[in-house]
Design a protein around this ligand. Structure first.
Ligand code: HDD
Length: 717
């Protein structure tokens, strides 16, 4: 995808916008001080003792210093978001590659090279604010663009489809997914009765369920996660012509997943794994990047697609309508304060700018009500737009007034329109063509509480998704269904899910049913209320872009390699491999039994970065074990080192062992000469083999995980 050359002048104007947002935020920021005052500015003389009647007497009510401090503390928490409660965010910019003026008059999409400041929040859909990052979930991907014509929010997700077709079912979906109301369990998990009870009775959920049970729900990093606007929106150009548009965020580092077992272990080892990864990458200067892509469909050609663009449980295969890259998103600054920015940021799909409009998608239409309503409750009133993170960069003027926590001080006598008293001359907003214009779509129909029959096909795209997965990805989907359903206690619910799956793919249903002792019954599913017979004919039978194995990038940048060492390690080959990895921006960490240093075979001191007590294999993407007889012997005799390698093997990670360290593989029962050792590299200690070895290791790492490794069940990790 070629990038248009931005001209210098526009670049500097763009730079100004990012700087302007930062300046705006900084005007509210507070640096640490070596002095304490009350919130009224009175100096606090002593922050260790409350005021009391005598040193052993009761505390006095008049102690306003104590009361103010405790009151503020008692109210530190605000209600968490009802969904997408756990999130992490960063600042950055969006840079346009090419003008989109042919399709939209949106100001930030006009001039190639223009940079618009953004704030992006990633979130888990199901878990509470303190839940673990790596749970199986479809994640939120919300982008606030501070454009010159006001804030535009693209409040999307890590899947291009949603569970339900109509917003009226959203509270039911969320109630079914969240911890069950009688005992408040389980946390951040769909593996329980109420969720599967609901979805098994609502076949429209089937396509999104396939995404949820797939590797898409276990991203290795937020920086390696695709994003989607989900709904069809409209681009409106200066002449009022409308195109349907679907938005895509394509990560520059490609799309990669964790192994399911790895994700579960990570939830204990480091519940902040994804947010830490994002924070550290930005802090290190490895700025995460995505391309914004659009699929455009002329309104007049929409019907010919054979996919109802208003149905949020359907995607448009990229093979039918290509995704064109229009710009890039770069996240280059961590927030200064988690609460002020990540918690108080308020997204809303109704935050639109001229040139972009809604479609009639009934899920989107409901969202247009829900977000503002949610923010008013969560942020304590209607004035959350005045919070620094939510402020638009361009000035806003209106006659809305008052309410809790108002900070602006509007001057003058006038808070109505039309008027003549405001500025001394007549002021009247007369419906001119400036500003936001709704697309004048003709709507003529009786009122109905009924979905379009074109929404009735609930299975064709679930089958498309299944057909598009690699064999390993299919195995993972089968395992995920099996695991979730074994946690479901009500047999009839398990049976309903397996019956429904028979309408996606007969083999999938059979495989899922096997360990549950269930045979799929497609007829039973078809006989249930809510089931629709309709199956549309799609112009493609598989869509390769839906597979993560077809991941879109072979970059190794920021992947983490654990180098296991013990005293007597031979570092000649290690140095060469480390250098080759560094050229690919791979991060190597030396792991040993203790912190400090380890003596090498040549008597040098090797600095240790982490020890086995905290550095588990799940925190790394690959393992490298250098040679050296004493070192190899010590590692092979160390249970933690052995477990480290076993676990990495089980999670299908590249493993490279040199010279005598092959002992370690033997100790864990890995036979390097079989197909079960794909991605396991062994080298003799001699110098001639080192450079090709480095290249092989890099090639193995670019595959990310070797999912095809067989006999994993035999691994006791
Ligand atoms: Fe939603 C939050 C994404 C359907 C109602 N949603 C929320 C967030 C994201 C999404 C990313 C977190 C924003 C942030 O980081 O602060 N939601 C989606 C997507 C949907 C979707 C991609 C389907 C395509 N949502 C949806 C429906 C409704 C809501 C149908 C209600 C009718 N969503 C909310 C909410 C939240 C929210 C209750 C929780 C707190 C908040 O908004 O600020 O209003």
């Amino acid at each position: 995808m070629a990038q248009s050359k931005p001209d210098a002048q526009r670049r500097s104007r763009s730079g100004d916008a990012a700087a302007a947002k930062q300046k705006q935020l900084e005007s509210f920021s507070q640096a640490p001080e070596n002095m304490l005052t009350t919130t009224q500015g009175v100096v606090v003389p002593d922050n260790h003792g409350s005021l009391r009647a005598g040193s052993r007497g009761p505390t006095l009510l008049e102690d306003f210093l104590l009361r103010e401090k405790l009151t503020q503390f008692d109210h530190e928490r605000i209600p968490e978001r009802v969904v997408n409660a756990r999130g992490a965010a960063a600042h950055g910019y969006f840079e346009l590659y090419k003008s989109m003026s042919q399709f939209t008059r949106a100001d930030f999409l006009q001039e190639a090279g223009l940079r618009t400041p953004v704030f992006v929040r990633f979130s888990g859909f199901s878990g509470e604010r303190g839940s673990a990052d790596t749970v199986r979930d479809l994640r939120g991907f919300a982008v606030k663009f501070y454009t010159r014509e006001g804030n535009y929010d693209l409040v999307g997700a890590s899947a291009p489809v949603f569970f339900i077709q109509d917003a009226i079912k959203f509270p039911d979906l969320v109630h079914a997914l969240k911890p069950e109301p009688h005992h408040g369990m389980p946390q951040a998990s769909s593996a329980h009765d109420t969720f599967w009870d609901f979805v098994s009775l609502m076949p429209e959920t089937m396509h999104a369920l396939m995404w949820l049970m797939s590797d898409r729900a276990l991203p290795r990093s937020l920086r390696m996660m695709e994003g989607f606007g989900v709904h069809s929106f409209r681009f409106i150009n200066a002449h009022g012509a409308s195109h349907f548009v679907k938005f895509h965020w394509k990560p520059k580092l490609g799309r990669h997943a964790l192994a399911w077992d790895e994700a579960q272990k990570l939830a204990g080892r480091d519940p902040d794994f994804l947010r830490r990864d994002l924070w550290e990458a930005i802090a290190r200067g490895h700025f995460p990047e995505w391309e914004l892509g659009v699929q455009l469909v002329e309104e007049a050609k929409a019907d010919a697609l054979g996919i109802d663009l208003l149905d949020p449980t359907k995607l448009v295969p990229e093979e039918l309508v290509p995704v064109q890259a229009v710009g890039r998103l770069v996240l280059n600054r961590n927030p200064d304060n988690f609460f002020a920015e990540c918690e108080q940021v308020a997204f809303n799909p109704a935050h639109l700018v001229p040139g972009i409009d809604f479609s009639n998608d009934p899920l989107l239409q409901g969202r247009l009500f829900s977000y503002l309503d949610a923010q008013v409750g969560r942020l304590g009133g209607p004035n959350f737009h005045e919070l620094p993170i939510n402020r638009s960069l361009c000035p806003f003027h209106n006659l809305q007034r008052d309410g809790s926590h108002r900070t602006g001080v509007p001057k003058g006598q006038v808070s109505y329109e039309p008027n003549t008293l405001g500025t001394g001359s007549e002021f009247r907003v007369d419906g001119g063509h400036e500003g936001f214009q709704s697309h004048p779509q003709t709507v003529e129909s009786g009122k109905v509480r009924r979905r379009s029959v074109s929404f009735d096909d609930h299975f064709t795209q679930a089958t498309l998704f299944w057909n598009s997965q690699s064999p390993a990805e299919k195995d993972h989907i089968v395992c995920a269904f099996q695991l979730e359903l074994t946690r479901v206690e009500t047999p009839a619910i398990r049976q309903r899910v397996v019956d429904n799956l028979a309408h996606v793919d007969a083999r999938l249903a059979r495989k899922v049913g096997e360990p549950l002792g269930l045979m799929p019954d497609a007829k039973a599913a078809a006989g249930r209320a809510g089931f629709r017979e309709r199956r549309d004919k799609l112009a493609v039978e598989a869509s390769p872009s839906l597979s993560m194995d077809n991941n879109g990038s072979s970059s190794l940048a920021t992947r983490r390699v654990a180098v296991l060492v013990a005293a007597g390690v031979e570092i000649g080959a290690l140095k060469i491999i480390q250098q080759a990895l560094a050229e690919h921006q791979v991060i190597c960490k030396v792991v040993a039994t203790h912190l400090g240093v380890v003596s090498t075979s040549s008597g040098q001191q090797l600095q240790v970065d982490a020890c086995f007590l905290t550095a588990s294999s799940v925190l790394f993407d690959a393992v490298l074990v250098p040679g050296g007889a004493a070192h190899a012997q010590a590692l092979a005799a160390n249970g933690r080192a052995v477990n480290f390698v076993l676990e990495a093997y089980r999670h299908c990670k590249p493993i490279c062992v040199i010279g005598e360290s092959v002992e370690l593989l033997r100790a864990v029962g890995i036979d390097a000469n079989t197909a079960s050792a794909e991605g396991v590299l062994i080298a003799k200690g001699d110098p001639a083999g080192r450079v090709p070895l480095a290249q092989d290791f890099i090639a193995a790492m670019s595959r990310h995980r070797h999912w095809t490794r067989s006999r994993l069940e035999a691994v006791p990790a």
